[in-house]
Structures are given as C-alpha cells and as structure tokens.
Design a protein around this ligand. Structure first.
Ligand SMILES: Cc1cc2nc3c(=O)[nH]c(=O)nc-3n(C[C@H](O)[C@H](O)[C@H](O)COP(=O)(O)OP(=O)(O)OC[C@H]3O[C@@H](n4cnc5c(N)ncnc54)[C@H](O)[C@@H]3O)c2cc1C
Length: 594
C-alpha cells in the first residue's frame, strides 16, 4: 500500500476501526498512512487486548527462511492443523503475504529478537515443520508488538492523522435505513453508537472495521482478558452479517486456576497460561488425589497434542463428577531433577505470576484447567475483510476468513490479523462499495437450517482422537448437573458453557445448553442492543447471543472435527466433502429470530 494513495483532490474516506489489538492498530495505521480519516475506538485502554498477552510469536516464512523452509510448507502445516476445514485460497494468501506485513510492522517500530548473526531469531513451535516463529522480548511478543504499534498510533494522533477514543465501547452499528429498504437487515453500515464517559455517542463513517478480537469470556476458564466478550460477533449478527465455524473453539490445556474456588468469582481477570514448555521440561498432571492420569488417556501422556491433553483433562474431571473443577500441574519434579532455582531461571514470568497468585510452584502443584483460548469461527469475510453487509469489514480473531479451519496452527492468529487487516484497508481504499464476495460461503457454504427440537443424538461410547484405546464418557450426565436457573448471570453462563459446550460435547449436553440459553434469552433479549448505559449489560447480552450461536453450530455438526469434539459423534467426517462443510448462519436464515 503506498502512502498518500488518496491524494489528488478527493475527499478522504473515513474509516472507523473498532478495537486496539494487532488487527485494529495495524489497519488503523495503514489507513491513516494512505490518507484516510481514521477514528480508532477501543473499549478499554489501548493495551487491553488478547494481542498484548500473546507469548510465542508470529509465524512467517521470510525472504531468507530457515534452511529447508518454504511458503508451501507453511501452507501445508496450516492446512494440516485446520483438519481439512481451511479455505485454501485464504491460507495461500496468509502464508504468501506474511513477509510483507512483517516488514510493515518494522515500519511501525516493531523489533523482533535477533540471533547472534543479527538475523531474525526463528523459533520452532508444535505442528510447524520448520522454525519460522518470530518473537520479541522472548515470550513477551504480544506486549512488545502492541507497545510499538500503540506508540506509533499515539504519534499519528499527535500529528492529527488518527483520532483515538479510548474507553469507548461500541454498542451497535448504525445502518442506513434508506438504501436497501427492500433487503431487511442489510442496510449499509455507516457508523457506530458507543458508550463513553457515561454517555451514548455516535460517529459516522464510510465503513466500519470490526477488530474486536475473541470471546474467551464465554467459558469459566479462559486465557483471554476481560475485554474478550464477543462484542464484534454480536454487533455483526444484529445487522444481518453471516457468521461461520462457530463450533470450533480452541482450548489450552493448562491455564492456572486461582486459589480457592475460582469459578465462584465472576471472572478470572488475570489469566495465566502455563506454557507447554513446562510439560516439555517434565512437569506432570495429577488429579486431586495426587494420581497421575494422562497415561490412561494417551500413550504420550502429558506430551500428547494440545487438544488431546485438554480433552483428557476434561474427560477425567467429568469421570470424577466435577466438570467445572481443576487438576494440578506438578512442576516440583523438574526442580528435583534439575536442581533448586531451575524453574525461576527457565520460566521467570510464570514463577513470578504463580508467586503473585500465592503458589510456590517449585514446592507445590499448581491448580490448572483447560481454558478457552482462541475462536476459529467468526464473522464471515472475503479475502478483503468484507462481510456480507455493505460497509462492514472485519479482521483478526473476530473474523472468519477460513485460514484457521477447525483448529488454529500456533502463531498464525497474530499473522491473520496483520495480513487480513491490511487487505481490509486495501479493499476499503479501493472500493468499499464492492459487493461482498466469499468464495467458500457462496460455493461450499451451507445455509443454517438447524431445526429446533431436533432430537439429540444418543449418548455413545467413543474414541478420543489419537488415543490408543476407546474411552467411555463415564458419569457424563452425573457430572453435568447444571440446572438453568431463572436468573441469568455471566458466571452462570460461563459455567453452563464449560459444562455443556466446552471441551467435551454431546447431543444431550448441547440440547440442555440450548434450552438453558434460550430461557435466559427470553428475559435478556440479546437480539437487540440493550437500552442501557452500563457497559457490562451490553457485554452480557453479547455473550449470551454468541453462546446461543455457538451451541447451535455445535449441535449441527454431529461429527468430531478439529477442536470440536463430540463424544457421541463419529471420529471425523464420513466424506472428504464433509471436511469443507461450513455451518454459516445469518440472522435472516436462522431460527434465532426476533
Ligand atoms: C495468553 C494468550 C497467548 C497467545 N499467544 C499467541 C501467540 O503466541 N501467537 C499468536 O499468533 N496468537 C496468540 N494468541 C492469540 C492472539 O493473541 C489473538 O488471536 C490476537 O491477538 C487477536 O488479535 P485481534 O486484533 O483480532 O484482537 P484483540 O487483540 O483481542 O483486540 C481486540 C480489541 O477490541 C476491543 N474491543 C472489543 N470489543 C469492543 C467494543 N465493543 N468496543 C470497542 N472496542 C472493543 C478490545 O478492547 C481490544 O482492544 C494468544 C492469545 C492469548 C490469550
């Protein structure tokens, strides 16, 4: 994108960017650099985002890759991780254009760690066939990237090139009621309403780019910060945008649970992901009785793939009748083997954070549970960030470009925010009026035809994918004793989602989840933006709506695929075509009607 491409006497176009994670910051800078009038709104401080917490890094095959690495290999790894469910064209774009946006980050002041020769230091992560992970500040990649972009955004603001409005929570999208009168719910998006300093305000623009991130707060345990409340998905749904792949939510196996009964608290405001590297060094998982259980579930024990470890923990807790409970990560064995002080030296951040939470992990096991980490699904976009609603763009975790398929490849999500954030700006500057195009939505897409009252499939014995022996979902119902109460609360929603629509799913649990959510919806009415000046009321409605949509998609997909595991489903789709099948829904086509 060339600077000043709007020069030539044209009135600059105005773009509203919602969200200050990597997708929002980067695209706001690019649009401003190209001469657009940019307003960046974010609901907390600029640094409140998933991006800030990212540890590992950003994947990219650079001009001088690691020996043997190629863009084709990155594409193949991404497709493999996505379990055959990726949009291949979107993956090709992601991996081919990665180097362009890594250079773009450099222009905005981001510096990655270098090796002894002064070249980018490339890390290797699970399921990548070559070292291609750029990192900054060791395991502080997200914080370093965000800090550099924020500094540049503030410089742009000082120069009058971007208007930043912090603590501004977008509550609804403004649609043009005159155009598209004959197409209900699909009027052009021409601005946003938002809460700021206790008042409701509005801003108008030529287009709105949603970069609102994910929705980890849907579940009782999450690695995501408190801002991750599915706002973007709900905003887009309410104006009729298509959403897809919502059944695919990735869970990280070991997120620290705070002392005491964490789930009684409204939310974990300070999540701590305990890296897989700790298990790599020899830490083991034990249950409340001190019994090491992973070997019961997979031959590789604690070193099984991420999704298998998450499922095994969930299965074990379900079998113990405590689906909302936790197990323990015992790292004391590492200290015993490697000598006193090893943990402090090798994992300084985790040592510090566990200490702050009241644990000395060199001497005692730390409570952990699988935690909602990354939502593969989202608002359907084409390769230029365009949603199915004119004037509405989306990029980053809120979007569903199809690159993450049914399971995200590590370190591809920051990259997605960059590549498709830039492309959204390119599309906007080129022609924001172009009609939305989404190859896999139009061709392989599936109208959402789920019928209420579909009988849930029978509970069945099933095999955990990748595990040597079939496992029984013993005591599943006994453990899931949640009864929806009349009163909705965020905590109740999060508990319900974890118990019935989390790592382990089956038809019975999902039907129960749907019934509970629907009964709350009768009181909360999440299909419309609440009339309230309380930001939390809006977030709650958004979470409830997103939960309803997730559960409906999960009910619809009866087989296990990628991160979506149904204990009553077949291990994987029956036909090759079924891997491509997408549950795409929009307000118009769904049974969630007004
Ligand atoms: C602990 C952790 C570690 C991770 N590690 C990695 C990694 O190493 N590599 C990798 O690629 N990915 C990683 N991920 C995933 C990655 O961080 C996210 O997918 C990515 O940062 C999403 O970027 P985003 O710009 O789409 O959204 P976010 O970074 O989540 O930003 C969303 C923004 O939108 C704002 N917002 C939300 N709703 C509203 C509203 N209604 N009004 C106004 N503003 C709103 C939020 O406040 C926030 O500023 C990790 C995630 C976590 C939680």
């Amino acid at each position: 994108m060339t600077s000043g491409s709007l020069a030539g006497g044209h009135q600059p176009k105005r773009l509203i960017v919602v969200g200050s994670g990597i997708a929002g910051l980067y695209s706001a800078l690019l649009a401003a650099e190209a001469g657009a009038e940019v307003v960046l709104l974010t609901k907390g401080a600029l640094a409140d985002s998933n991006t800030y917490l990212a540890q590992g890094g950003i994947s990219a095959v650079l001009d001088e890759p690691a020996p043997g690495d190629t863009v084709a290999a990155h594409i193949a790894d991404t497709l493999n991780a996505g379990a055959g469910h990726c949009d291949e064209e979107a993956v090709r774009v992601l991996c081919t254009e990665a180097r362009m946006d890594i250079a773009g980050l450099g222009r905005f002041g981001v510096r990655f760690d270098l090796d002894d020769d002064g070249d980018p230091s490339l890390g290797l992560e699970a399921a990548h066939s070559a070292p291609r992970i750029l990192h900054a500040g060791g395991d502080a990649t997200g914080a370093r990237v965000a800090a550099a972009l924020i500094k540049t955004v503030l410089d742009f603001q000082a120069a009058g090139r971007i208007q930043v409005i912090g603590h501004a929570q977008v509550t609804s999208l403004i649609q043009d009621g005159e155009l598209y009168q004959d197409v209900p719910g699909r009027g052009r998006v021409m601005g946003v309403n938002f809460l700021h300093e206790g008042r409701e305000m509005a801003r108008y623009s030529d287009a709105v780019l949603l970069a609102t991130g994910g929705a980890g707060q849907l579940f009782a345990q999450t690695t995501n910060p408190s801002v991750a409340t599915a706002d973007g998905l709900a905003l887009a749904w309410r104006v009729g945008a298509e959403v897809s792949d919502l059944e695919f939510f990735q869970f990280h196996p070991t997120c620290m649970v705070r002392a005491g009964d964490a789930l009684e608290a409204e939310e974990n405001t300070d999540p701590l992901l305990i890296s897989e590297a700790v298990r790599g060094e020899g830490a083991v998982l034990v249950d409340a009785t001190g019994r090491r259980f992973m070997a019961d579930y997979h031959q590789d024990g604690e070193l099984a793939p991420r999704d298998v470890v998450s499922r095994s923990i969930a299965l074990h807790l379900a079998a113990l009748g405590d689906p909302n409970g936790h197990v323990f990560l015992d790292a004391t064995v590492i200290e015993e083997q490697r000598g006193e002080g090893f943990l402090e030296k090798r994992f300084p951040t985790i040592s510090e954070r566990t200490r702050q939470a009241g644990f000395d992990w060199s001497r005692e096991p730390v409570p952990v549970a699988p935690a909602a980490h990354y939502w593969m699904g989202g608002v359907v976009t084409d390769l230029y960030g365009r949603t199915s609603v004119p004037g509405l763009l989306a990029a980053g975790e809120v979007a569903c470009t199809g690159v993450q398929g049914a399971n995200r490849l590590a370190s591809n999500s920051l990259l997605e925010g960059l590549v498709f954030g830039r492309r959204a700006v390119e599309g906007f500057l080129g022609s924001a009026d172009a009609l939305p195009l989404r190859a896999n939505s139009a061709a392989g897409g599936l109208a959402f035809t789920h019928a209420a009252g579909t009988p849930p499939a029978a509970e069945a014995t099933t095999a955990l994918s990748g595990s040597p022996a079939p496992l029984r979902m013993e005591g599943a119902s006994a453990g899931f004793d949640f009864v929806p109460s009349a009163g909705f609360s965020r905590n109740a929603l999060r508990r319900l989602m974890t118990a019935k629509a989390g790592v382990l799913r089956n038809g019975v649990l999902l039907a129960e989840a749907e019934a509970g959510l629907d009964s709350w919806a009768e009181a909360v009415l999440p299909l419309s933006a609440p009339v309230s000046l309380d930001p939390r009321v809006h977030e709650d409605a958004n979470l409830l709506l997103a939960a309803q949509l997730l559960v409906r998609a999960a009910r619809e997909r009866r087989e296990s695929l990628g991160a979506h595991y149904r204990s009553d489903g077949v291990a994987e789709p029956a036909a090759v075509d079924d891997f491509d099948k997408r549950y795409t829904m929009s307000r118009k086509a769904s049974l969630i009607n007004d």
